[in-house]
Design a protein around this ligand. Structure first.
Ligand SMILES: [Cu+2]
Length: 182
């Protein structure tokens, strides 16, 4: 009786150790993938909810769409403002936290002062949002805004969207496209 209990204990221990060893062995390859598919659940607001099921985003070998507008100065969706960004990290590379300066003017070039701006974004082809929560942390004057906490964790097509609202009640949005190496 005691002997069989001992055998069960040994078997359980060996199984546990082997499982742990296997887990640790595969961790470097599986870990990032698991993390990535978990992030895919936090899609951002504009993301279509009809991503192909069971398709791990990062596995999709998707090139950025042809003719993608990657201009860093563009009019907002409804033409209310004109927005440009410049990145402290130039060129933008993956896996580095960095900041942008966003410049917002009216359509005819007058600086837009003290607007409320929120940041969102993600990878449309992967169905996941940004890995960080970038924020507009200050107004610098002259229509310039500080955007901190940007980081992109993989190469490919990224969207970064800014929702801009003025104190006077005007609101419009812009989405910049970035295609990163990685
Ligand atoms: Cu991705």
């Amino acid at each position: 009786m005691k002997k069989s209990l001992f055998l069960i204990l040994i078997t359980a221990t060996v199984t546990a150790v082997l499982t742990l060893a296997l887990f640790l062995w595969f961790m470097p390859t599986l870990g990032p993938r698991l993390m990535h598919s978990r992030m895919a659940e936090t899609m951002y607001a504009d993301m279509p909810a009809n991503m192909p099921a069971g398709m791990p985003g990062h596995m999709m070998n998707s090139a950025a769409p042809a003719g993608l507008d990657t201009a860093t100065t563009r009019p907002t969706d409804n033409g209310l403002f004109r927005v440009s960004f410049s990145s402290d990290l130039d060129p933008v590379v993956i896996n580095q936290m960095h900041s942008w300066t966003l410049n917002v003017t009216t359509a005819d070039g007058q600086p837009v002062e003290n607007a409320t701006i929120t940041v969102d974004g993600g990878m449309p082809q992967h169905g996941h949002g940004l890995p960080t929560r970038p924020q507009v942390t200050g107004y610098l004057g002259d229509g310039n805004y500080r955007v901190e906490g940007l980081r992109f964790q993989m190469g490919g097509w990224w969207e970064v969207r800014f929702d801009i609202a003025t104190a006077a009640g005007q609101a419009d949005a812009i989405t910049f496209n970035l295609v990163l190496e990685g």
